[in-house]
Design a protein around this ligand. Structure first.
Ligand code: ATP
Ligand code: MG
Length: 137
């Protein structure tokens, strides 16, 4: 079993899609073992996305992530990292497979409803960015 960090992004929380997105995770066999709704500052969003600092969309991405509350969560299950990314679909909703979260809900390549860790080391880092061990049950 494995854990991954998931974020339901501002475009989705604004449209009240938290429950529908969580249903997709649970239907795929992922268990939500920690979850909280928080308002990120632009600086906190920037720290979380520091790996993208040099990308042209970095500033826009940080503004967006701080534009409304997000739901941060830890998902657990067999191959949770890959499974979550499968359920999320491609970064650009135009390329996302039917039935995936991004195909159904994302508005654009930037406002794409969800984030998911991409590897075991980043999952570990991203989980500890938001959660202490005691909060994950
Ligand atoms: P995430 O890391 O959020 O799970 P990802 O791994 O599919 O998504 P990345 O390449 O890591 O995609 O990009 C991180 C985020 O930056 C994307 O989810 C999206 O919100 C934003 N982003 C990526 N490419 C673009 C772009 N061309 N224009 C605007 N925003 C973008
Ligand atoms: Mg990524």
């Amino acid at each position: 079993t494995e854990r991954t960090l998931s974020i339901i992004k501002p475009d989705a929380t604004k449209r009240n899609l938290t429950g529908k997105i969580n249903a997709k995770f649970e239907e795929a066999g992922l268990r939500i073992v920690a979850q909280k709704r928080i308002q990120l500052s632009k600086a906190q969003a920037g720290a979380f996305y520091a790996v993208h600092k040099e990308r042209p969309f970095y500033d826009e991405l940080c503004e967006f992530m701080a534009s409304a509350p997000v739901v941060v969560q830890v998902l657990e299950g067999d191959n949770a990292i890959a499974k979550n990314r499968e359920v999320m679909g491609a970064t650009n909703p135009a390329d996302a497979d039917a039935g995936t979260i991004r195909a159904e809900f994302a508005e654009s390549v930037g406002e794409n409803s969800v984030h998911g860790s991409d590897a075991p080391d980043t999952a570990k880092e991203e989980i500890s960015f938001f959660f202490s061990g005691l909060e994950i049950v």
